[in-house]
Design a protein around this ligand. Sequence first.
Ligand code: ATR
Length: 279
Amino acid sequence: MMLTGQARLAGVLGWPVAHSRSPRLHGFWLQQHGIDGAYLPLPVRPERFGHAVRALLDLGFRGANVTVPHKLAAHGLADSLTPRARAIGAVNTLVFENGLIRGDNTDGEGFLRNLRAGARGWQPQRGPAVVLGAGGAARAVLVALRDAGVPEIRLLNRTRQTAEALAEELGTPIRAAAWQDRNAALAGAELLVNTTSLGMTGQPPLELGLERLPDGAVVSDLVYAPLITPLLAAAKARGNVAVDGLGMLLHQAVPGFAAWFGIEPEVTPALREAVLAAG
Ligand code: ATR
């Protein structure tokens, strides 16, 4: 697509940003819909983040995605926050409107949309969820599950204190439990989510015995390199529905694209292939 003088512009702010799959992802949709617009990788050092965002605003950008390490800074800098961005405490999507910066967080929505697409029978009200990890990704997952109506969320983290603090902050139905009790915590669960980096290429494995997990439970891993993590492979082998982490990345991009470029895009197998082909 050739750009005109009216091209709509957006991009992803990160440091580093070269590994980001977002330009390919948004680029796929821009091309698919023949949109006069571009989505660029925007490498910005942490100490320059505020300046860079103001510059994008001045340059007429529609907004930007925000990735590591800027998600907290973006939360602090936005003129307004969506309720979910406020609850999660971090921003991954900036929308510029009338010279003002709106901060949103679409990670939780992306997680839920991906879960619903990959595990059609799953319903939040059906029973307890177990969430492993209490970092930034966990916050988005917890807020999404809580707001969707999951009746009980068991939160387990290596550093128990972090899980306790998060449970206190986000409230019922989240309860912290000890990391070493993770096998037992799976009893009666309808959903298991790994938000830790364990199982990722180059990271230690996630040591978890699935024996207590009910057959009908859904297992979701936010790690998508490898796409089928040892956790997902073990879940599949015993008949549980397994939902990979790439879908969350694809689904979290939908609201930003819609806000900047005016079309609600679809997450399709062809999109998955295009993003995966990026390596
Ligand atoms: P993200 O933004 O992806 O959530 P993060 O905020 O750095 O990344 O969180 C990483 C999560 O993985 C944390 O829950 C971390 O546990 P701690 O709070 O105890 O650090 C978890 N994690 C990382 N390495 C781990 C390991 N070797 N064993 C258990 N948990 C680990």
